[in-house]
Design a protein around this ligand. Sequence first.
Ligand SMILES: *Cc1c(COP(=O)(O)O)cnc(C)c1O
Length: 397
Amino acid sequence: MSQVTDQESLYYLQVVRRQPVVIVKGEGTKVWDEDGKEYLDFTAGWAVNNLGHCHPVVADAVAEQARTLMQTSNQFYTVPQVKLAKLLVENSCMDRVFVCNSGAEAIEGCIKTARKYGRLNRDGAYEIITALDSFHGRTLAGVSATGQPHYQEAWQPLLPGFVHVPYNDIEAIRKATTDNTCAVMLEPVQGEGGVNVPDEDYLKEVRAWCDANNLLLIFDEIQVGVGRLGTLWGYETFGVEPDVMALAKGLGGGVPIGAFLMKEHAAVLSPGDHGSTFGGNALTCAAAAAVMDYIVENDVVKHAAEMGVLLKQGLEKLRDKLEFVAGVRGKGLLLGLEFVDDMAAAAVAACNEEGLLLNPVRPNILRFMPPLTITPDEIEQGLQRLENGLVKARAPQ
Ligand SMILES: *Cc1c(COP(=O)(O)O)cnc(C)c1O
């Protein structure tokens, strides 16, 4: 056993199930463990390292900013914060930005925005409709919004004001809407819920319903935003614009950062309503601005879309070849491989051996979310390692 894993079990709070891999270094799509073994990383820090590990543009931005200015508090203006906000607004349908430190915090901001909107425009309405199998983070408001009982049961009483409906079911949203409703919050594609892609028209119908009833439409783009679906923003994949959107994961290229953005009519928070000590910090904003700049300037999203097609085709070939693979789903570089039974954990363990890191998002589903900068060669190699791992995982012991 490695000293690191031993010490982790002694000193760290035991709340996460880890793979037995100590990652010490990363570059692009590759990472290395303590013994120098190389892996292709198809988890990318949970859809975070969109430019790959330690991209020089991110590393340089962090290093330079760290020597210039890291933290001032939001009592003052800083250059990187405004630069990032301008980049986000100019490259999206949104008008205003608030920068925070994580996805869960971005969701908190969206919830506060929705409640204030309801107070101002819907006669005090405060209920937010969210979807079953959604994931909106681990704070108490986040787990209350999340539509998965196993994230919620231990934390009763939850924050009131959330109504959960089946995903991809417009009628359920119509039925759940009351005078108390102020917003609908959805992931354009559910990530944590198992890579669930809605029908073509679903989000358009939700948009029309929200317009007709003066409800805010909030998209949780924490996982799908910043290029993941092969469009810069998840909403573009479906041709629907939300009023409010949450970002995090891919935004900082590896540094912890989140943001919530809104159109002008939803910019209801006013001085004193919200704040954060670290949120919008010069260091993380410099990194995120460098990521956004690089992605836009180098057409990384187009590349991601092309690589997504390649990876999906490869997975579909495996589905046709291996009788225990039931299906392939997803968009862009957020893909899922479904098995006929609960073999995802065994598949991940076997693929570790082969040098491929994967995420078992459900007992019967693997999630693929490699860096957007992955190359065709790395996809081919990854698919080969995947096939070897799956066959081994399936072989009689
Ligand atoms: C990861 C994730 C979150 C939570 O983000 P954290 O940074 O872990 O707090 C919320 N919503 C979605 C869709 C996510 O994928």
